[in-house]
Design a protein around this ligand. Structure first.
Ligand code: OAD
Length: 237
C-alpha cells in the first residue's frame, strides 16, 4: 500500500461544478454579500433576520444541486482504499454525504442543521428559519442560528483533525484557496509529520509552494483521475 493514512481537505472548489458558487472566485459569494453582515456573530446580533434569509436561500439552492464526479471519486476512495481515509471539509453543503462519504468532518458546520443558543441542541433543517421559529427541542423562540462557523468562531473537530494530520502520510487539499486559517495551515502540519502533500485545484492556491505535487484543473476531472491512480497503485503493491 503506497500510504497508510490519508487526510483530505476539501473546499468550495469541489462543489463549484455542482452549481454552488465559491467564495472568492469571480462572481463568488463574498463579492455579492458582505461577509461582516452575514458570516460573523456580530452581524447576526445586528440583523438576525437578514442572516437567516441568506442561509435560507443557500439551503434552498443546496437542495436543488447534486454531487459531481469529484465527490463520488472521494467516496469511492474511502470505500476501496485499503488504508485509512479521513475527509475534512470546509464546505457546509452535504454533497460529500450524498455521494457516499462516511468518515467526514464538517469543520465549518452544516447548512442543513440549526442550533439553539438557549438549549445548545443541534437539529436537522431543510426549510426556512426566522427569528420567530421556535426551537424544535426546547421550544424557546428567537434563539435559533445556522449551525455554521462564522468568522471569529472556533471551527469544529479541530482536536481530531490535528491528531489525524500528525499521523497521516498523504495529505490532499482539493478546491480550496488556502486563505482561511486554520484550514490553510493544515498542509504545514501534515508536511512536518512527513506526509506527501498534493494540491488539486483549478489554479495555485495561496499556500501552493508548501505542496510536493500539484494537479491543476476542474475537480470533476483531476480528482477522479488522481483517485484512480492511487487505487491502482494500492492494488499493485
Ligand atoms: P474559496 O472561494 O476561497 O476558494 C475556492 C478555490 O476553489 C479557489 O482556489 C478556486 O481556484 C478553486 N476552484 C474553483 N472552481 C474549481 C473547480 N471547478 N475545480 C477545482 N477547484 C476550483 O473557497 P474555500 O477555500 O473553500 O468559511 O474558502 C474557505 C472558507 O472561506 C469557507 O469554508 C468559508 C469561506 O469564508 C466560512 O464561511 C467560515
Amino acid at each position: 500500500m503506497p500510504y497508510e493514512r490519508i487526510v483530505i481537505l476539501t473546499g468550495a472548489g469541489i462543489s463549484a461544478e455542482s452549481g454552488i458558487p465559491t467564495f472568492r472566485d469571480k462572481g463568488g459569494l463574498w463579492s455579492k454579500y458582505d461577509l461582516e453582515e452575514v458570516a460573523t456573530p456580530e452581524g447576526f446580533s445586528r440583523q438576525p433576520d437578514l442572516v437567516h434569509e441568506f442561509y435560507n436561500a443557500r439551503r434552498k439552492d443546496l437542495l436543488r444541486v447534486k454531487p459531481n464526479a469529484a465527490h463520488y471519486a472521494l467516496a469511492r476512495l474511502e470505500r476501496e482504499y485499503p488504508g485509512e481515509v479521513l475527509l475534512v471539509t470546509q464546505n457546509v453543503d452535504d454533497l460529500h454525504e450524498r455521494a457516499g462519504s462516511r468518515r467526514l468532518l464538517h469543520m465549518h458546520g452544516e447548512l442543513l442543521k440549526i442550533r439553539c443558543e438557549a438549549c445548545q441542541g443541534v437539529f436537522p433543517e431543510r426549510g426556512a428559519v426566522s427569528t420567530k421559529t421556535p426551537c424544535p427541542g426546547c421550544g424557546v423562540v428567537g434563539r435559533l442560528r445556522p449551525h455554521v462557523v462564522w468568522f471569529g468562531e472556533m471551527p469544529f473537530h479541530l482536536e481530531e483533525i490535528y491528531q489525524a494530520l500528525g499521523r497521516c502520510d498523504l495529505f490532499l487539499a482539493i478546491g480550496t484557496s488556502g486563505t482561511v486559517y486554520p484550514a490553510a495551515g493544515f498542509v504545514e502540519i501534515a508536511r512536518r509529520a512527513g506526509a506527501w502533500c498534493v494540491e488539486l485545484n483549478l489554479e495555485p492556491s495561496a499556500v501552493t509552494e508548501l505542496f510536493h505535487e500539484h494537479h491543476f484543473g476542474p475537480a470533476s476531472e483531476v480528482v477522479p483521475a488522481y483517485v484512480e491512480r492511487l487505487l491502482k497503485k494500492a492494488r499493485s503493491c
